[in-house]
Design a protein around this ligand. Structure first.
Ligand SMILES: *[C@@H]1O[C@H](CO)[C@@H](O)[C@H](O)[C@H]1NC(C)=O
Ligand SMILES: *[C@@H]1O[C@H](CO)[C@@H](O)[C@H](O)[C@H]1NC(C)=O
Ligand SMILES: *[C@@H]1O[C@H](CO)[C@@H](O)[C@H](O)[C@H]1NC(C)=O
Ligand SMILES: *[C@@H]1O[C@H](CO)[C@@H](O)[C@H](O)[C@H]1NC(C)=O
Length: 840
């Protein structure tokens, strides 16, 4: 009897050692909306899995169609399911419309099979399918064989329309349609970013998804009849890169349990009951990955869902392994015993893969840890890869339902739609609206450039004309153009100045080399840019910079002190900018925050520099890389434009130059991108982004933010147009910024960001408005370092002259010079990034 009691006790403790897991909840889900249509069929069709598809001819309430009703049927077609024996063909636009009882996630499954017939060549058609009037499902689509496209979308209105765009020459067709409610739990709002690892991404429920792959790893294909949600889980065999490296294992599905809060709706027990493990895991030191290979389009972000269930371990905490997605670590040392709280417990993990992380081929891998701990093995039970819509709300191609392209002009469509849904109607600017100020005619005269020009090389007026040609060959670049280049510095002099190129002196790293902090013999602090002669691009940018700087001298442009070309070195020496890039003072570096007045002064300085570039020299010069890292601050926080490596001359009388698109993502003028034609208005656009960055203290592009916030220009303009910009400005400004000043500033930023260059102001106009914003801020202030200008009768005064009191920061910061010149641009790399990020 005593023995028996002990025996019972043991059982009880064993059982309770697997806490919080629950037996599989009822895996049934009754969809509130469940439309199954067999298009073109005259009667209802029952599938082998017992699902019943009704005929769409009797259910004309679904179809709105102006053309003639064309049903084609081929009873002899060799197809696996009877729904493929008939189709509806449209030679004009047709819309299926479904009443939605419960908004939220819905499956939309479209079945296509180009049935042979006498009238239409269905294998040669190309048509477009749009859902909910805004989401492109298929673009110029022409299925050649049997295909099923499956989507998961969050339907937010009472009707779901599926619009087929066809015409006489290219009819559209459809064999069967499923519109079925899906449980809300299927997609939760956040997931883990693949990169940077550990970062959470939210906003998932705002996306629409298309199934790319859904695999029952290590097991057979599971058809719609064996999955409560009508999904198909294919066998992974075809995708396994080296079959010999993997071995399948399976158990009875009834053994699989689910975590509290988990559900068989995520994936049925049959998926978790089979897996692939390492093929030779029992050899002495197995060290390889099991690899599955997929073909994905890197124009879209993707959601990768990995399903795991440890059905191979004999005891807890035996198995640890790594999971890689797209060649990057996605889960390091996954310990299923801990995360799933037991053996044979279902567990899944979502990984969000940004478009630019989608490699070709796209690999999903599992492999053992490189440590002597645990068993050397790795497993995977199931895998889903879903495509997510791009910026123009398309799952197929660069064009949105409104015809707009991911390449602009309006990359803001999606965000705009989101906002419209959230707030119903736009609030309008209301009483806060300020009229855009045109600067007075005589303004230019009062602000002549001459006062700002530094008298560095008087008498070399003819130099500007000759410099360009003299830079024709790399070798002679320096000697022949030394006139405008300030001092010649010997290599040893610079070696001393930089403590023999001490790595601790590096203040910036750029595409073509490093930038060092140095002190010349006479105590002058300098920034020394040492080129890497190996870099062809570096040489080009180096020459451009040299050419530009040699003819430019301005208080708000970083100036060149000297150069060195000994031993085929390419070294430029600039004045040292004590406080480094503007961006560091806005965010990310924890430097003391700048006051609104300081920010205005800085923007005004940078605008002056650009205005001079555009209009002050013999030919207009377009900077091409205006951004907060290229605006440097000296010891007095005077702003100077830097980095002329991409700059371009626009000859006399020319309105633009045609050129490959270069610049930095987030600052690129959409019109320039479209037309590949560069004008000074491209700089104005970028400067508009700078203004917003200054106002909101955040990056131009921040991919880790929710989707509608990623692009600062789009996001801020949405708020601006609703008159709520003050809600998203840098919190540290809230108490000091005057509403009129904010409005004038915001108005200037918005103008700069106009879609078309012709609508954007000149830098002169921008400058004038910034000056005005400063006056409005200083209004009524006559002491305390204000500029002392009062506003007479509300009329704009002539802007201040350039002798404002020097601004000093409350606390000097010794380390602010850590990175002085950051050069992130490098034309092609940035472009590639742009193309990829479009998917975001
Ligand atoms: C669907 O989208 C709406 C609007 O973005 C959101 O409020 C809702 O929570 C989403 N539904 C689900 C099930 O995620
Ligand atoms: C799917 O269900 C059918 C019965 O409907 C059954 O015969 C078959 O074995 C099931 N397949 C799987 C993989 O569970
Ligand atoms: C492994 O897969 C093959 C082919 O699908 C199947 O015949 C076999 O039964 C599977 N073995 C196990 C242990 O599941
Ligand atoms: C497994 O794959 C990852 C990512 O592709 C790679 O970094 C790692 O070296 C591979 N491990 C082995 C053992 O081959």
């Amino acid at each position: 009897m005593a023995i028996l009691l002990v025996f019972f006790l043991t059982i009880i403790t064993t059982v309770s050692a697997i806490p919080t897991t629950a037996p599989a909840k009822s895996d049934s889900f009754t969809p509130p909306d469940n439309y199954l249509l067999d298009c073109g069929s005259s009667s209802q069709t029952t599938l082998p899995d017992r699902r019943i598809f009704s005929s769409d001819s009797t259910s004309s309430q679904y179809l709105k169609y102006g053309g003639r009703e064309i049903a084609i049927v081929d009873q002899s077609a060799d197809v696996p399911l009877p729904i493929y024996k008939s189709a509806k063909v449209f030679d004009a636009e047709a819309t299926y419309s479904f009443h939605i009882t419960n908004t939220g996630w819905h499956w939309v499954r479209l079945h296509f099979f180009p049935i042979r017939n006498n009238e239409f060549k269905l294998q040669q058609t190309k048509f477009t399918v749009v859902a909910a009037d805004s989401l492109v499902l298929l673009h110029e689509y022409g299925p050649k064989e049997m295909e099923m496209q499956e989507y998961l979308m969050n339907v937010t209105s009472e009707r779901l329309n599926l619009r087929f765009s066809a015409n006489k020459d290219s009819p559209a067709f459809i064999n069967a349609i499923e519109v079925v409610s899906a449980p809300d739990m299927l997609i939760t709002d956040n997931s883990d970013a693949l990169f940077p690892v550990g970062q959470k991404v939210d906003g998932m429920t705002k996306y629409s998804f298309q199934k790319m792959y859904r695999l029952n790893v290590g097991g057979p294909t599971i058809g719609p009849g064996n999955d409560t949600l009508g999904r198909t889980w294919n066998s992974d065999e075809k995708f396994l890169k080296s079959a010999a490296m993997a071995k399948n294992v399976s158990i009875a599905p009834s053994v699989v349990t689910y975590l509290e809060g988990g559900s068989p709706l995520i994936a049925p027990p049959t998926v978790y009951a089979s897996l692939m493990e390492m093929g030779a895991s029992d050899t002495i030191a197995p060290n390889f990955n099991i690899t599955w290979e997929f073909d994905l389009d890197h124009a879209y972000p993707h959601l990768v869902r990995l399903h795991f269930c440890d059905i191979i371990s004999k005891s807890l905490n035996e198995l640890y392994f790594n999971v890689y997605v797209g060649g990057k670590i996605a889960i390091s040392a996954l310990d299923l015993s801990t995360v799933a709280n037991g053996l044979a417990v279902a567990y899944y993990k979502d990984v969000f893969v940004k478009a630019n992380m989608v490699s070709k081929p796209f690999l999903v891998q599992v492999g053992p840890l490189n440590e002597p701990m645990g068993t050397k093995n790795a497993i995977l039970n199931g895998l889903e890869i879903l495509r997510m819509n791009n910026l123009v709300n398309s799952l197929d191609g660069e064009f949105g339902a409104d015809g707009r392209s991911t390449y602009g002009p309006s990359r803001g469509t999606v965000a705009a739609v989101g906002f419209a849904m959230m707030f119903g109607a736009f609030a309008g600017l209301g009483a806060m609206a300020v009229k855009w100020q045109k600067r007075p005619q005589d303004w230019q005269k009062k602000n002549s450039f001459s006062s700002w020009l530094l008298p560095l090389h008087a008498g070399d007026a003819s130099y500007t004309q000759s410099s360009k040609t003299s830079l024709g060959s790399k070798k002679s670049a320096f000697h022949s153009s030394t006139m405008g280049l300030g001092r010649y510095l010997s290599f040893s002099e610079l070696q001393d100045a930089t403590k023999n190129w001490d790595s601790n002196s590096v203040v910036g790293v750029g595409g073509f080399g490093n930038v060092y902090f140095g002190v010349l013999d006479d105590g002058t602090k300098v920034a020394v840019k040492r080129g890497n002669p190996q870099s062809e691009q570096g040489i080009n940018e180096f020459q451009t910079e040299l050419q530009m700087l040699s003819k430019l001298r301005h208080r708000h442009l970083v100036s060149l002190i000297g150069y060195c070309d000994e031993n085929s070195e390419m070294i430029l020496v600039y004045e040292y900018m004590e406080h480094g890039p503007l961006r560091d003072h806005l965010y990310g570096k924890n430097l003391p925050t700048l006051s609104w007045n300081q920010r205005l002064e800085i923007c005004i300085g940078a605008a002056r520099g650009l205005h001079y570039l555009h209009t002050g020299a013999a030919t207009a010069i377009i900077h091409r890389d205006v951004k907060t890292t290229n605006i440097l601050l000296d010891e007095n926080f005077i702003a100077k434009m830097a980095d002329f490596g991409l700059s371009k001359d626009v000859g006399m009388g020319e309105a633009h130059v045609s050129t490959a698109v270069k610049g930095s993502f987030g600052y690129l003028d959409p019109e320039y991108f479209r037309k590949q034609q560069l004008t000074d208005k491209s700089d104005v656009y970028s400067f508009g982004v700078v203004l917003l960055e200054v106002l909101c203290a955040r990056a131009a592009i921040n991919p880790s933010l929710p989707r509608e916030q990623v692009n600062l220009a789009e996001w801020a303009l949405q708020w601006k147009r609703r008159g709520l910009l003050d809600k998203i400005i840098d919190p540290s400004l809230v108490d000091q910024i005057k509403p009129e000043s904010l409005n004038t500033f915001a108005e200037a930023a918005e103008k700069c960001l106009s879609e078309y260059g012709v609508d954007r102001p000149t830098m002169g106009d921008v400058l004038w408005n910034l000056e005005y914003a400063l006056q409005l801020q200083d209004q009524g202030k006559t002491e305390d370092g204000g500029s002392g200008l009062a506003l007479a009768n509300g009329a704009p005064l002539a802007p201040t002259v350039d002798n404002r009191p020097v601004i000093t920061q409350a606390q000097g910061n010794q380390n602010s010079a850590q990175v002085q010149i950051i050069e992130e641009h490098s034309g092609t790399a940035m472009l590639a990034q742009f193309a990829n990020l479009n998917g975001r």
